[in-house]
Design a protein around this ligand. Structure first.
Ligand code: SLL
Length: 170
């Protein structure tokens, strides 16, 4: 296995969450009626997908990502959730914001160590002042979905020759 010394290859990603308020009817149907929101946390390509209205691209990152582990708050059953194929996302319901640990494991041929990102799950709407404020649920519902996403680049230095080829095929 030969490394391409002095070479760097990277891929732009976004990670974060979208959240919506549950309707009273949806809340009734849940096992946990104290849950107020449905949210999706995801790692996606930052490259735009013209045919998609979701945040971030619909590109399949599984040619270099093997697994994404979302580590949730301990109030969740089995808080460590492994996603082993694209799309690398997880949808849950809940009532509170917390920090999600996002561990990205790369395909074995990369020889790369896993990386860990952190994202504060955002349920409550952004305010003009930036001061946190939790509006009543009916108000929040009218404001629509909340989005909180961060841009990053996954960088591989001195990649293995075979892995560089694999990256360049995509
Ligand atoms: C808070 N520090 O107090 C945070 C913790 C935890 C949120 C929020 C799920 C609970 C369940 C859930 O929404 N946990 O499934 O029982 O705001």
């Amino acid at each position: 296995r030969v490394r391409e010394r002095g070479t760097t290859v990277f891929r732009p990603i976004i990670y974060g969450n979208t959240a919506v308020v549950l309707t009273p009817k949806e809340r009734e149907l849940l096992a946990s009626p104290d849950h107020t929101h449905r949210w999706t946390v995801a790692v996606r390509s930052a490259a735009s997908a013209p045919d998609s209205d979701q945040v971030g691209g619909a590109d399949d990152l599984s040619y270099f990502i093997k697994r994404v582990t979302f580590k949730l708050h301990d109030t969740y059953p089995n808080p460590s959730r492994n996603i082993d194929k694209a799309p690398f996302e997880l949808t849950e319901t809940g009532w509170g914001e917390f920090e999600i640990q996002i561990r990205i494991t790369f395909v074995p041929e990369s020889g790369e160590k896993a990386i860990t990102l952190y994202h504060h799950l955002k349920l409550h709407p952004w305010t003009a002042s930036g001061e946190p404020e939790i509006p009543p649920l009916d108000v929040a519902m009218k404001l629509g979905p909340v989005h909180s996403w961060q841009y990053d680049e996954v960088v591989f230095n001195d990649p293995y020759h075979n892995f560089l080829n694999l990256m360049n095929e995509h």
